[in-house]
Structure formats: C-alpha cells, structure tokens
Write a protein that binds this ligand. Structure first.
Ligand SMILES: Cc1ncc(COP(=O)(O)O)c(C=O)c1O
Length: 361
C-alpha cells in the first residue's frame, strides 16, 4: 500500500482503502489545536487585506520585535520563517554535506531536509520499553563524530518530552565536540506553563538552535509562520540563505496579535488537561497502550494484537475516524496509530469505536 507522507487527506485515504462512505472522516490525523484558530483571526486578516498590495517589510520588524518580546531574547537571535518547515530546511542547509544524528521515530522532514543537502544521516532509536526516553548512552557515544543532532521536543509522533538534564548534558558535550543540537519545539506551546522555555539557554549554549512553529497552537497551517532562534552569528548566515519575502504581509500583520493572545493558549491548555486525563483513564483498561505524551497527540497500540494495526486503521476509517498511520515513522514497525486529542464529544466517539473494535476483533 502507498501510504501518504503526512496526515489529513481524508478522500485519498478512503480511495486507497476502497471504502465507500459519503460522510467526511473525523480527522484525528492532523495534530492541530481543535479550539483554533482564535475567533478574531478572520476579521483581522480581512482588515489587513490591503497589505497584499505591497511587498512586506523585508525585516519584518514588528513581528520580529513581538517574537523577541515573547521569548525575552534579542531580535538578532531570531529569524522568522515560512513555517517550521522552512526553518528545518534552512538549518539543514547550514550543515550541508555534514554528518547528522536523528533520533527516531520522529518528524520525517529532518531526514528529507538532510538528504536534500547531502548530509550523511545516522539513526538511533527511542524504545517503547523505555517510555520513549532519549537513548543517552548511544547518543553520547556517537555525538563526537557528528556535526548536528536533530531532536524534536515534544517529539512527534510520541508526544514525549526530553528531560532537561539530558539536553543540558548533550549541549555541554556538544560544545566540546563542535556538535550543534537542533531542537524542534513545534509543539512546545501545549506544555504546562511550568515548563521553562529553552530560549533562555541560547546565551549559555552557542551550539543550540531552536525551531518553532505557530501552525499547531493557532491552527494556521495555511498561513505558514514559524521562527528559528540561535546565536546571532548563525542567524546572519541563515538570513542570507533565505528566499526574499519568505513570509507574506498578512501573516506579518497578525503575528504580534497571535502572540499577545494568552487567554487562547490558556483555554487550550485547560481543554488539553481535561481531555488527556479522560483518554488516559478510558483507553488503558481496554488494553490499549498510550505513549506518555504531554501534548495534543499520542501514539496508540492495540496491546493484544499489535500486528493487526492495519486492520484497526481500516476499521476506524470505515467508522468515520481518520487516524495517522505510522508506516513512515522509523522504528514503530507500523504497530501504532497516532491520534490528535480533539473535543470531548469527538474523543468520546473515538473511545466508543475502539470499544467496538475490542469486542468485534
Ligand atoms: C515536529 C514538527 N515540526 C515542524 C512541523 C512543520 O510545521 P509548519 O511548517 O506547518 O510550521 C511539523 C508539522 O507537522 C511538525 O510535526
């Protein structure tokens, strides 16, 4: 079967599985915030319609200042990007023809970007038996041979968060061995407020590069906005590599307001706390494994019959649910499905259908 590379694509999945149902699938495959976009966004974009008649400010000064203020760092440590995806490819360009370590399973674009820039990639693996914790000893062994290690924190697809002390150790060792640590924080906004931001670490670790995305929290995959944070000397180089006017004028107009909307983020965290609790109570007693996620998606495995995951996928689609397959996530052997955490009613519907699977299979 030719599985799509990313989530969504409800119609092509129905075609692929030859499932003939008229209803739109309930999309659990895209890990976006179901509360978004913020209610004011549509009107604000409309109000800024006139900006499309001019080229954007090439330095994006208002948005950059808003990000600097939000992160409490200087503007020369920030580069706005066309989504997290552009940030990943710009960083890969920086290490062109070098050697990278990737901890799998993780977001597939790191490998794609490395291939694009002829970077030699070695994979190491998180293990389910270890709660998907970072495999520190094998990484430490290999670090000195590498120019860069790509980490995703919180990790897509597991939702797990690398321990701060492990990251600190890698950054300290990387400083000695000339190894950069790239941390993709596309989902960091979903973590509890008590989790300190890594942007404060940039001053101590010139080998740290942080990638961010506004896509996930604000449900704006179509707008394309992210940013990269690093030592000013790296930012200067990457800026030179970036295509001119990479961010459009409409996005530039709304970034400050998005970052100011703290209540939207707080409401999201409250919903997430409640629904994470519900799912972690409802699913394990039915013999489903849930990855120890801290964010808005999780891996699910049928503990009784992990080798029947493709059938489970088919069953769910037939019942109007679209999960994310994990066929192109290395190390998962296709034995898991990834689900976004959605509204209370939608999560309840999913639980009921999984209950039917348990009874019928
Ligand atoms: C971990 C991670 N990083 C980055 C991205 C890219 O996001 P965007 O380019 O929409 O900002 C994604 C999208 O799925 C992701 O999962």
């Amino acid at each position: 079967m030719k599985w799509p590379n990313h989530g969504g694509k409800s119609e092509s999945i129905k075609q692929l599985l030859d499932i003939n149902i008229n209803e739109e699938l309930l999309d659990f495959s895209a890990n976006l915030n179901p509360l978004g976009p913020p209610s004011w966004l549509k009107e604000t974009l409309t109000n800024h319609y006139e900006t499309v008649t001019c080229y954007p400010d090439p330095s994006y000064s208002k948005s950059s200042a808003a990000v600097a203020n939000h992160e409490e760092i200087e503007q020369d440590s920030i580069l706005l990007t066309n989504g997290g995806a552009e940030a990943i490819f710009l960083v890969a360009k920086f290490f062109e023809k070098g050697k990278a370590l990737i901890v799998q399973p993780t977001f597939v674009e790191y490998e794609r970007a490395c291939k694009h820039y002829h970077i030699e990639v070695e994979d190491v693996f998180y293990e389910q038996t270890n709660g998907f914790a970072l495999p520190m000893s094998v990484i430490r062994e290999k670090l000195k041979e590498k120019d860069v290690i790509f980490l995703c924190r919180p990790n897509n697809p597991t939702g797990t968060v690398i321990a701060e002390k492990d990251l600190q150790l890698l950054l300290t060792e990387g400083k000695k061995t000339g190894t950069y640590v790239v941390v993709d924080e596309a989902f960091v906004d979903f973590l509890p407020a008590s989790t300190p931001s890594l942007s404060k670490w940039l001053a101590s670790y010139p080998n740290l590069i942080l990638l961010r995305s506004l896509t996930k929290m604000y449900t704006i995959p179509g707008l394309r906005i992210g940013y990269l944070m690093a030592h000013p000397s790296i930012i200067r180089i990457l800026k030179n590599e970036q295509l001119p006017w990479s961010i459009n004028s409409l996005v530039d107009a709304v970034v400050p307001k998005l970052l100011e909307d703290k209540s939207f983020v707080e409401d999201t965290k409250a919903w997430l706390r409640e629904q994470s609790e519900y799912l972690s109570e409802a699913l394990p007693p039915m013999d489903f494994y849930l990855s120890p996620t801290q964010v808005n998606f999780y891996l699910l495995q049928d503990k009784k019959q992990p080798n029947r995951t493709e059938e489970l996928f088919y069953f769910l689609v037939k019942h109007g649910i679209l999960p994310r397959h994990t066929q192109n996530f290395k190390g998962l052997k296709g034995e898991f499905l990834r689900f976004a955490i959605r509204s209370k009613e939608e999560n309840q519907r999913l639980v009921a259908i999984l209950q039917n699977w348990r009874v019928e299979s």
